[in-house]
Write a protein that binds this ligand. Structure first.
Ligand code: BTN
Length: 319
C-alpha cells in the first residue's frame, strides 16, 4: 500500500501498468487496492480512462530514512495510530527506554489540551511525540512546555513563517489562528523516576478540516500561510534541531534563562485577558511569566500567578 502511495504522492497521473509493475500485481488489482486506500485513509483518487490514476491533492509523505537521519534519538514512524502520545506512553509501559520519538501519518483519536480532540488527517500534518526521562525532579519540568513552544516557533520561522507568536502557555498562533499545539503528558512520579511525553501537532499541509471532524477554533496551516506545499521531512529536521537546542538550554540553565525570549514572542504581553480557572474567570493585564513559566497577571492592581495546563486564556475585547 505504502509503495503505491509513494508513487502517487506527486499528484500526477500514473498508468495502471506502471503502478501494477511497481508493486507486482496485475493492472486489474490496482484499482481495488486504490479503492482500499481511499477508504482507509480518507483520500480522493481520480481515475481517468487513458491516463491512469492520480491523487486529488499531492502529498508530502514522511520517510523513515529522512526522519532517522535528522534525529539524535530513535524514531518510529507509524502509518495510523489512535494518538502518538498514547502510543508513546504504551511503549513506555512495555519497557521502551527513552529518549525516543513516535511520529504518525494519521491519528484516529488525536488528543488536544483540556479534553479536546486534535484533527489529524492522513499525510498532511505532523503528529510528533518525543519521550524524555526526567532526572532533575520538578525543576526540570518547570517552564518545559513554554520552552517547547519557543523551539516550535523557531522551527516555524525556519520554514518561512514571519508572523505570529506564542499564547500562554503553549499555543502557536498566526493572525489569531492556531497553527500548532503542544500537549505534555507525564508518566511516573515527578519526585522520583518520571518521564514526559512531549506531544506536538503542527498543521502543515492541511487545506480543509477533515470531513469527519469539526475544528472548534480558528486554525491555519503552513501551507495556507506560505501558499505552497511544505516538505514535512524537512520540517521535522528543523524541529528536531530546534528542540535539541532549546531543551539543552532548559536543562542546563532552567526556564529563567529563556524567559525574556519567551516574553518577547508572547502575543498577549501587556493585553487585558480573561483567564478561565474551572468555573471561575479572572480578568487582568498580562505582565509576563515567572521563572517557572507561570502566568503573571495584574488583577486590580495586585500581581497574581497562575500555572497549570487546564487554564484557558481569552483576549478581552477592550485590551
Ligand atoms: C492543543 O490542544 O493545543 C495540543 C494539541 C497537541 C496535539 C499533538 S499531535 C501529536 C500528539 N499526540 C496527540 O494525541 N496529541 C499531540
Amino acid at each position: 500500500m505504502q509503495s503505491l502511495l509513494r508513487l502517487l504522492q506527486d499528484g500526477q497521473f500514473h498508468s495502471g501498468e506502471e503502478l501494477g509493475a511497481a508493486v507486482g500485481v496485475s493492472r486489474a488489482a490496482i484499482w481495488k487496492r486504490l479503492q482500499a486506500l481511499e477508504a482507509e485513509l480518507d483520500l480522493q483518487i481520480h481515475k481517468v480512462r487513458g491516463r491512469g490514476y492520480r491523487l486529488e491533492k499531492p502529498l508530502s509523505l514522511l520517510a523513515i530514512d529522512a526522519l532517522t537521519a535528522s534525529s539524535s534519538v530513535p524514531v518510529t514512524l507509524i502509518q495510523q495510530v489512535d494518538s502518538t502520545n498514547a502510543e508513546a506512553l504504551r511503549r513506555l509501559a512495555s519497557g521502551a527506554i527513552p529518549p525516543y520519538l513516535v511520529i504518525a501519518e494519521q491519528q484516529t483519536a488525536g488528543r488536544g489540551r483540556r479534553g479536546r480532540s486534535w484533527a489529524s488527517p492522513f499525510g498532511e500534518n505532523l503528529y510528533y511525540s518525543l519521550v524524555l526521562r526526567i532526572t532533575g525532579g520538578m525543576r526540570q519540568l518547570e517552564g518545559l512546555s513554554l520552552v517547547v513552544g519557543l523551539a516550535l516557533l523557531e522551527a516555524l520561522r525556519g520554514a518561512g513563517i514571519t508572523e505570529g507568536g506564542l499564547k500562554w502557555p503553549n499555543d502557536l498562533l498566526i493572525d489569531g489562528r492556531k497553527i500548532a499545539g503542544i500537549l505534555l503528558e507525564l508518566a511516573g512520579d515527578p519526585a522520583d523516576v518520571c518521564h514526559v511525553v512531549i506531544g506536538i501537532g503542527v498543521n502543515i499541509n492541511m487545506r480543509m478540516a477533515p470531513a469527519s471532524q469539526v475544528i472548534d477554533q480558528p486554525w491555519t496551516s503552513l501551507r495556507q500561510v506560505l501558499g505552497e506545499q511544505v516538505d514535512r521531512n524537512q520540517f521535522v529536521a528543523g524541529l528536531n534541531r530546534q528542540l535539541e537546542h532549546y531543551l539543552q538550554l532548559h536543562q542546563q540553565h532552567g526556564f529563567a534563562s529563556l524567559r525574556a525570549q519567551w516574553e518577547a514572542s508572547h502575543l498577549w504581553q501587556g493585553r487585558m485577558v480573561t483567564l478561565a480557572t474551572g468555573a471561575q474567570a479572572t480578568r487582568g493585564r498580562v505582565l509576563g511569566v515567572d521563572d517557572a513559566g507561570a502566568l503573571r497577571l495584574d488583577v486590580a492592581g495586585q500581581e497574581r500567578l497562575f500555572s497549570g495546563g487546564e487554564l484557558s486564556l481569552r483576549l478581552h475585547d477592550d485590551s
